[in-house]
Design a protein around this ligand. Structure first.
Ligand code: ZN
Length: 486
């Protein structure tokens, strides 16, 4: 009964920022969903706003998989950026090589980001691609933009010429004239202040020591927006299904991505569904270092369990703003305890009836349907809510209806109904990930799960005719001592 849905594709609606309405979801390639989310800029520990964003997209990936799709979920890692260089200058000693300070910094915070995500049960990422590993793709895309007349070189860099791209800022819906006043770095060599950097030249003495790469335009480094489209073009092609990120990335970042990719490919739209997560405020105010209300995921998890934070996040719709406070977090913890206590009651009945977990799982799998009306209506309302643009607060509310209506009468229910309830709870947890089942820290299991994940990812890549990448992964695994055959 907890089996994944097969091809139940037409019932899911999601809200796309581009069309500003909810639309039925339909992937480009039948059952495969190419899903890209802007990853972290790795110069500092991730904060709870990042936690909110990536928990939300993790839930979305899980739900798409529940719906029967093969999801390839990719993020980039911005491992070269002004922020990284500035931080490198702050922490580096006089005689240090700035370039290697920046490199070490980026690797350190990439590792810490992945650890933070792991602790929040955000585990669904299939591909994580660093900007600096794709310098040739980035340069190649810029060359094509210049050839097609969308970009030009000056003394300071290469810039995208905004007025050449008719639809510029269609995602944020800003009129091109409004953009005049937008905070843009003034550079006298640009044709228009709105033009944005694709490549930043860094060969003069004032940039001495900064990390640089060779290019047809001399030594330098890429602008921020170009890394995403170079990476997505490489692995997903010119057009793909879903692009996600925080609300603050719509302009200029995502508008710039659209301009770059659609200009270079001549195909529209680059992405069919644009998903954006709402802001996270702390006690009603925007989180910022200067206000002293800046909370890293690591600091938070010293005080509350990761399950509680995850449940807190999913108790609000992913597009709505969340107000973070000790009080609301405490409330979330109490609600989650109610769910856990209900799960315990169900488990207790099943464990006294059947010898072990395997038997229970088999029994659940062989259940046809349930005759228990309370559960039936809960299932309908839970999945209706999830199908309606991933409305987790409504879905969670329907779970609480089941709990309040059935908790006191669990002992009187038929054992098949208890099995059906358990099957539903397992599915709920597969989608929301709010009760961590594998927190024993068993490394052997983790390694096996990781290898399964890699094998699964390769299968998806091959199904998608991306043999080069799939072979590359196999070669690297062989280097590490793992043999994989196709
Ligand atoms: Zn991005």
């Amino acid at each position: 009964m907890n089996n994944k849905k097969e091809n139940n594709t037409c019932s899911l609606k999601l809200y796309s920022t581009l069309t500003r309405r909810k639309e039925y979801f339909k992937p480009i390639n039948k059952n495969i969903v190419k899903f890209f989310v802007c990853g972290p800029t790795v110069y500092n520990d991730a904060h709870i706003g990042h936690g909110r964003t990536y928990i939300s997209f993790d839930m979305i990936k899980r739900y798409l998989e529940y719906k029967g799709y093969s999801v390839i979920y990719m993020q980039n890692v911005t491992d070269i950026d002004d922020k990284i260089i500035n931080r490198g200058k702050e922490i580096g000693k006089v005689n240090d090589d700035l370039s290697s300070v920046c490199f070490d910094l980026a690797r350190k915070y990439e590792r810490r980001y992945n650890e933070d995500m792991e602790s929040l049960n955000v585990k669904g990422l299939n591909l994580q691609m660093r900007a600096t590993d794709h310098m040739d793709k980035i340069i190649n895309q810029i060359e094509r933009l210049i050839e097609k007349g969308y970009a030009y070189e000056t003394d300071t860099g290469v810039y995208f010429q905004v007025n050449k791209f008719k639809d510029f800022a269609k995602l944020s819906n800003r009129k091109i004239d409004e953009l005049e006043g937008h905070r843009l770095q003034e550079d006298k060599t640009k044709k228009d202040p709105r033009d944005f950097a694709l490549w930043k030249k860094r060969d003069s003495i004032e940039y001495y020591g900064e990390p640089v790469w060779s290019s047809p335009w001399g030594k330098g480094r890429p602008g921020w927006h170009i890394e995403d489209t170079a990476i997505t073009e490489e692995y997903f092609g010119e057009q793909y299904d879903i692009h996600g990120g925080g609300l603050d990335l719509i302009f200029p970042h995502h508008d710039a991505e659209i301009a770059q990719m659609e200009a270079v490919s001549g195909k529209k739209p680059m992405v069919n569904y644009w998903l954006h997560t709402g802001f996270l405020n702390v006690d009603g105010e925007k989180m910022s270092k200067s206000l002293g209300n800046f909370i890293t995921i690591r600091d938070l998890l010293k005080e509350v369990s990761p399950e509680t934070f995850r449940f807190f996040v999913l108790s609000t719709h992913y597009r709505s703003p969340i107000d973070f406070s000790k009080d609301s977090l405490h409330q979330a913890g109490k609600s989650l305890d109610k769910i856990k206590s209900y799960v315990d009651d169900v488990d207790e009945i099943l464990n006294s009836e059947f010898e072990d977990e395997d038997v229970i799982e088999d029994k659940i799998d062989s259940l046809e349907s349930t005759s228990y009306d309370v559960l039936k209506s809960t299932i309908v309302s839970f999945f209706n809510a999830m199908d309606d643009d991933f409305n987790t607060p409504k879905a969670i509310a329907s779970l609480f209806e089941l709990i309040s209506e059935s908790k006191s009468q669990l002992k009187d229910l038929d054992i098949n109904d208890i099995l059906a309830i358990k099957g539903f709870l397992v599915t709920v947890n597969d989608i929301l990930g709010i009760i961590f089942l594998d927190d024993n820290g068993n490394n052997g299991d983790n390694e096996e799960a990781l290898l399964d994940l890699i094998a699964d990812t390769r299968k998806k890549l091959r199904a998608n005719k991306q043999y080069d990448l799939s072979d590359d992964i196999r070669a690297k695994l062989t280097d590490l001592g793992y043999e994989i055959s196709d």
